[in-house]
Design a protein around this ligand. Structure first.
Ligand SMILES: Cc1ncc(COP(=O)(O)O)c(C=O)c1O
Length: 380
């Protein structure tokens, strides 16, 4: 059996009957920049995340960059975040002249609030918490900590559309929440797209200026901005997909629960849970000391896997520049986890039969391994 890691084409195909008329409508309108589609989508997105405002931009990376600028995070200040994330979290800081200080994560693979507390100094300009894999970070502690120290908190929600911590959707804990709607994300545009959410209307106004050349009106440039508008075609597609998101998230969570049940008892670390948070399973990631062997075993059986992320950001060649630093004591947990993490296929079109197949192959791998270990022990 072949089990693909993701099925973007098939997911779009399922929606074609709804997508095509909406896209045609936009094309027929002749309004391909601006118009009503983007504000309509922004209102729906803000409603979903319980914030007053949502500002749609060109990508998750732009959401982070423009948020840093709108918040006035000083160039040269320090931005505290993690190394186990997609490079854009750190790249956005570098591109805005903020010096990344990378702190360790906890056993749950998310930013460790104690490490943040130890790292904050007068030089700190911002803290960026990532809800890695769709599992919310410890937002109550982080929010209180940042408020106490007077440091703005940005949530990198790129992997966590619709995730909830303590009854509140992510994105509304910090000063801003930054989302990616890249085609591989839980809510996927038909190309690049991103959104910033906030309760601060003045900040949202500044973001709207920044994403559109700083234009207060057609002929007045209020500040230096850039072009990071979302296209109406993308907004229309996203509006269609948003109506399916709750169902997709339910499927992802049910499939993750099946993985949990089938893999329980094997020598694997399964994704962390918590009664206080709703994980949306952008990724289902296990940890194993035998990653290369297990991955090869699954590949031979037709199961695609991936690693998010094999090289933590501080080990990347680019991290020798850009003012990137690592917190005192290094990143032992991040380093250890990066050698063991393995992402299994998880998307709304995955079937129970495929989960059974994948988990049977993983069980088989462990049985064979322990048989081999036993044989080696008795010298057979
Ligand atoms: C954690 C994280 N931050 C930021 C980004 C950047 O988003 P985008 O690819 O839409 O620029 C991504 C997505 O790729 C991500 O996973």
């Amino acid at each position: 059996m072949r089990v693909p890691f993701s099925q973007v084409r098939e997911e779009n195909r399922e929606l074609m009957d709804e997508l095509l008329p909406r896209l045609t409508e936009v094309l027929e309108s002749g309004v391909l920049v601006g118009g009503d589609e983007v504000p309509r989508f922004e209102r729906a997105f803000a409603r979903l995340h319980g914030t007053r405002e949502a500002v749609a931009v060109n990508s998750g990376t732009d959401a982070l960059r423009l948020a840093l600028r709108a918040l006035g995070v000083p160039r040269g200040s320090v931005g505290i975040t993690v190394a186990n994330t997609f490079v854009a979290t750190v790249g956005a800081l570098v591109s805005e002249g903020v010096r990344p200080l990378l702190v360790d994560v906890g056993a749950d693979e998310n930013i460790d609030p104690e490490a943040v507390a130890a790292a904050v100094t007068e030089e700190t300009g911002v803290v960026v918490a990532v809800h890695l894999r769709g599992r919310p970070a410890q937002m109550d502690v982080l929010r209180d900590l940042c408020a106490e120290r007077g440091v703005p908190l940005i949530e990198d929600c790129a992997q966590a559309v619709g995730a909830v911590f303590s009854g509140r959707p992510v994105g509304g804990f910090g000063a801003v929440g930054c989302f990616s709607l890249h085609p591989l994300k839980n809510l996927a545009a038909c190309g690049d797209a991103g959104v910033v959410v906030t309760d601060d209307t003045k900040l949202a106004d500044r973001l709207r200026l920044l994403r559109n050349h700083g234009l207060a009106d057609r002929d007045t440039v209020a500040l230096w901005g850039e072009n990071s508008r979302l296209d109406p075609l993308q907004a229309a597609a996203l509006d269609v997909k948003l109506s399916r998101l709750a169902g997709w998230t339910k499927s992802r969570r049910e499939l993750a629960a099946l993985y949990d049940a089938r893999l329980a008892g094997l020598p694997l670390v399964l994704p962390a849970h918590g009664p206080d948070r709703t994980h949306v399973y952008h990724r289902y990631v296990v940890r194993t000391p035998w990653r290369a062997e297990l991955r090869a075993h699954l590949a031979a059986a037709g199961v695609e896997t991936a690693i998010h992320y094999p090289v933590p950001v501080h080990r990347q060649p680019a991290a020798r520049t850009g003012g990137v630093a690592v917190a005192d004591g290094g990143l032992p947990v991040t380093e250890h986890q990066s050698g063991e993490i393995l992402s299994l296929p998880l998307h709304p079109l995955l079937t129970e039969e495929q989960i059974d197949y994948v988990t049977d192959r993983i069980t088989e791998f462990h049985h064979r391994r322990s048989l081999r270990a036993h044989r080696d022990e008795v010298g057979a």
